[in-house]
Design a protein around this ligand. Structure first.
Ligand code: PLP
Length: 486
């Protein structure tokens, strides 16, 4: 070396090579997506352990490998050994699907790699993302003074909500605060409360009514009990669509109780919130617009690929107050300018500073498809679950344990003598037989101690043909089991 630093360009890819790589990767993705309807709905996990063990590579490759070899590994070896969460038969857990226009947006934003943690670094790109937040705020019926932030998912949105409620209601001393959570609330809520520093004795479950919604009488009881113990209930977390059954807590009454008791009302609408885009959904989620904060999960109800949640806070200033932080090396933050235009410094509204340019993955699909396409797709999901409910209700031996409140229902097979444990065994066997067809993927849960099968319709790729196929499989297998066929 002659004293001048050696130039290293190894990480820069020649333009033509990059175009070829993009084409190659794109071809693989498109071929994969085209074959989704024929692909297995699930996979056999018994083989996965050995295969995963064989993939362990403690030392990274010192030299690069050809793209096609690497893509073979991903597409041919790894992808088939996974829940087919992108396929039309995925009616398990909470589906989403993964629209390709969002993948395109990720490609663009990662290629651009602009900094969007603060407004000053990319004001117009930040504005595009803020527009999406404005649109969601409007769809939820919130006022324009509401603010929001995109997170990686519902769990982080719930965490951000609890942080905000804690600062707003308890100030510097959270030690006497109590968090009240419906017994069917998603486990990320209690986890978030613990991460926020609340002890287990500060987190209280509220029982459910016969429709798996938060029981208001029990809520009132819990408030009294908690106060008797010297704690202050400052936060009640309701669900607008529980994970188990899609149950929607009685939001108008909860707004009233929370207001009277000086509690923050957070609504975890990670699963159900997107139905606010539809008329039926607005009716069923009535009251949500009065909640202090709402968790949404666009990677569920807006069909995005995994990695996007959102928190909206009705009084936006509270979200900012909980996350404001200063440092001399940071650019100036934007002041509250008024209702008509408010530049957003995202780092002022959530825990992250550097972040991916998350908004584009929702902005581009809305620009390309229009919001109407999302509304109509969500409406179709409500029609599909209504179809499932009608057909299941007519099947001998099937009991619908949780009728749909949104797009989930839960059912089980009853044993002829009414024995619950025998019914559990039969329902477990029914699920095993349904899954063995590899056309639909359903999951189970327990309700009132009994084993039930869930159907959750939320993928934009699920349509009537697959739902009817699912119902035909259930009908045949249930009949076979009741007739004692092996
Ligand atoms: C009701 C509800 N809340 C929160 C979550 C957590 O969301 P995420 O998995 O995006 O963190 C889920 C996940 O399924 C959910 O169903």
């Amino acid at each position: 070396m002659d004293g001048r630093p050696e130039q290293n360009h190894e990480l820069e890819v020649a333009s033509e090579t990059f175009r070829e790589w993009v084409r190659e990767a794109c071809d693989r993705v498109v071929a994969h997506v085209e074959s989704l309807p024929e692909q297995n709905a699930g996979f056999d996990p018994s083989r996965a352990l050995e295969a995963a063990r064989n993939l362990v590579e403690p030392v990274p490759p010192e030299e690069g490998r050809p793209l096609s070899e690497v893509l073979d590994l991903v597409f041919d070896e790894c992808v088939p050994q996974s829940f087919n969460a992108a396929g039309p038969g995925y009616l398990a857990y909470i589906p989403g699907g993964g629209i390709l226009t969002a993948a395109l947006a990720d490609f663009i934003s990662n290629g651009l790699n602009r900094y969007t943690g603060v407004w000053a670094a990319a004001p117009l790109l930040v504005e595009l993302e803020t527009n999406v937040l404005r649109w969601l705020i409007r769809e939820m019926g919130y006022p324009s003074t509401a603010r929001g932030i995109f997170t990686t998912g519902g769990s982080l949105a719930n965490l951000t909500a609890i942080t905000t409620a804690r600062v707003e209601k308890l100030g510097e001393d959270p030690s006497r605060g109590a968090v009240l959570v419906g017994e069917h609330a998603h486990h990320s809520v209690a986890k978030a409360a613990r991460i926020c520093g609340f002890r287990n004795d500060q987190i209280h479950a509220v029982a459910s009514d016969e429709a798996f919604r938060m029981d208001l009488d029990d809520l009132r009881r819990v408030i009294v009990t908690v106060r008797d113990r010297g704690l202050e209930p400052f936060l009640v977390v309701a669900s607008a669509g529980t994970t188990d059954t899609g149950a929607v807590d009685p939001l108008p009454a909860l707004v009233e109780v929370a207001g009277r008791e000086n509690m923050w009302l957070h609504v975890d609408a990670a699963y159900g919130g997107a139905f606010m885009l539809t008329e039926r959904g607005r009716h069923r989620l009535c009251g949500i617009s009065e909640a202090d904060s709402i968790t949404l999960d666009p990677h569920k109800g807006l069909f995005l690929p995994y990695g996007t949640g959102a928190l909206l806070v009705r009084r936006g200033a509270a979200l900012r107050a909980a996350h404001h932080s200063e440092a001399s090396y940071m650019p100036d933050f934007q002041d509250e300018l008024g209702e008509d235009y408010q530049p957003m410094d995202f780092c002022e509204y959530g825990p992250e500073l550097s972040r991916s340019y998350r908004g584009l993955r929702l902005w581009l699909p809305i620009m390309l498809h229009g919001m109407g396409a999302f509304r109509r797709n969500l409406d179709e999901k409500l029609d599909l679950i209504a179809l499932a409910e009608r057909e299941l209700a007519a099947m001998p031996g099937i009991e619908i344990v949780a009728p749909p409140q949104l797009s989930v229902l839960a059912f089980r097979l009853q044993s002829q003598d009414g024995d619950g444990a025998a019914g559990d065994r039969m329902t477990e066997e029914l699920l095993r037989r349904i899954l063995s067809h590899q056309r639909v993927w359903l999951t189970s849960t327990r309700l009132r101690g009994r084993f039930v099968i869930r159907i959750c319709v939320l993928s934009f790729r699920t349509h009537e043909d697959r739902m009817r196929e699912c119902l035909d499989i259930i009908r045949d297998e249930a009949r076979g089991l009741l007739e004692g066929r092996a």
